[in-house]
Design a protein around this ligand. Sequence first.
Ligand code: AMP
Ligand code: ZN
Length: 446
Amino acid sequence: MKLYNFLSRKIEDFQPLNPPLVAMYTCGPTVYDYPHIGNLRTFIFEDILQRVLQTNGFTVNRVMNITDIDDKIIKNAAEKGLSITKFSKPFELAFYEDLDKLNLQRPNIFPRATEHIEKMIKYIESLLKKDLAYVVEDGSVYFDISKFTNYGKLSQLDKRELKIGARVAADEYSKENAQDFALWKAVGPDEVGFSSPWGKGRPGWHIECSVMSQEYLGDTLDIHGGAVDLLFPHHENEIAQSEGKTGQQFARFFVEGEHLQVDGQKMSKSLKNFYTLRDIESRNLEPLAFRYLCLTAHYRDRLNFTWESLQAAQNALNNLHNLVRSFEQSGEVEQRYWGKFLEAVNNDLNVPQALAVMYEMLSANLPTAKKAATVLQMDKILGLNLVDYVSRPLQIPQEVQKLLEQREQARKQKDFTKADDLRKEIKKLGFEVEDTTNGPVVRHVN
Ligand code: AMP
Ligand code: ZN
């Protein structure tokens, strides 16, 4: 299996340190709002990666953190007069809901930052002992990047080029050296914080990932994942903290996905150009249509989101459902197509090509029982839940059947107003009818 590694900027052969185990850590959500579909694109590609690893016989031990403490959470909770936990919990639960709706496998562990404060303090103490960090007057602690010779190896930035990261507020950085980043930030007596040897404060953003990944997966990860915006400063700083502390390589592969964009710009909360799964559902589109849309682009390519492209993905998914419904019960997997499919996904997760192989197989001259088995095997990686559709002809209740016939009659008589009213009635009963060149196609509305 081949994967692009951002450390070498090359596609490399992937082998874990201790096969068949793969230690995989991916940065999780900051739970101050609902995840947007840009965040979810990243979680979808990571899920595909996990499934491909599993298909190759690996056992994936996966950890994803929940960032339940940061400045935005503190600010928003205070505005609402809630404790940070009361404020963030509904968003954490909404995140789990989104995972299920997108058919994403759950990581083995979802550690929360607030439950690891003691561990973070100990970790910072050991960095201080190694003289890799320093305490300033107000009780904040900073990492001294001049002491870590490999700083910049992931983002390939020369120290001279390092600027204060645009995404990170300047007060995350030290006044003594603007490139040094906060491990611990002092807070005022009335602010939300935790007691520490340096006074009341809260952890920096980067330390939580070093601490929680090593706590559950050991000093060296096989794979560290996220989106490309995390390369610098987040993952760079994680390397500095972790390798500074242990002297061991922190992660052997950094696998980072490209962004979901809107009108050529990154989808983000701050630009207010974002949508959530709730927006998708309110337009009667399925979350899995969004998953399908993500499968049509390679994870290292940007994907521009439009409602038209999502509708097209929904149509493709509907057609796929209709097609596989007519298949006979599963037979044997057609190895030739399965082999080509595997080759594509094993080549740095070339899922668009794998999808093309799936369609090639579906239109090939094969018994449908074979097609059924093969498409289900492929769907273990694609994760489109096709098992709910294969060999399951649509059961249309009599009541709906009657309305469909009346609608056909109305259409023949060119009474389109009546036909439209009937379509609405059919929809109320949970079915959607689409007119195609082959006549009306009916499907269940989810
Ligand atoms: P956050 O909740 O902001 O900490 O982000 C969670 C994950 O989503 C991180 O891996 C981010 O890098 C990723 N992410 C944020 N915006 C986008 C985007 N527009 N497209 C893809 N991934 C994103
Ligand atoms: Zn992280």
